[in-house]
Ligand binder design. Structure first.
Ligand code: 4NP
Length: 154
């Protein structure tokens, strides 16, 4: 089983979308996908209604996800940890215990040269067009990730 964790700040807007999109592209018998936030603001909460809506309009149901906070034990559980932006990256790296932990963490848009964005912008204070943009960025990134993961690993 290969385990992948998506991380943002609140675990209600971006990482639940990344979680749902990647999960929809990978076989569940060999891949486990989850998400978490670096902050504890929304522990136990369902995803933001705008993330639920944009996922639903693309055929993905994320309404059963619940927010949780990133924990140092996630370094042991997961093989790959993808952060949405550099602030999430720094917050996760600050909890790393060794170089093996650090090596598991990457920004999800890193190395995605076809894309002008190098991070997934926080849509929390935005409108539906910001959520649409986040969905499109994550759809592209997860498409490429799922191909790489199913071929030979990253
Ligand atoms: P997320 O967005 O990190 O994509 O889940 C946010 C959600 C909530 C807050 C900030 C960002 N907040 O400040 O509560």
């Amino acid at each position: 089983m290969t385990r992948i964790l998506m991380v943002c700040l609140g675990n209600i807007c971006r990482s639940p979308l990344a979680h749902g999109i990647l999960q929809s592209k990978l076989p569940s018998d060999t891949f486990f996908v989850d998400s978490a936030g670096t902050a504890n603001y929304h522990v136990g909460d369902a995803p933001d209604h705008r993330s639920i809506a944009i996922a639903k309009s693309n055929g993905i149901d994320i309404s059963n996800q619940r927010g949780r906070q990133f924990n140092v034990s996630d370094f042991d559980t997961f093989d790959y940890i993808f952060t949405m932006d550099d602030s999430n990256y720094q917050n996760v790296i600050a909890l790393a215990r060794n170089s093996d932990d650090i090596a598991k963490v990457k920004c999800i848009l890193e190395g995605n040269h076809s894309n002008k964005h190098t991070y997934v912008p926080d849509p929390y204070y935005g409108d539906m067009s910001d959520f649409q943009n986040v969905f499109e960025l994550l759809e592209k990134a997860c498409h490429s990730l799922s191909e790489k993961l199913q071929k030979s690993g990253l």
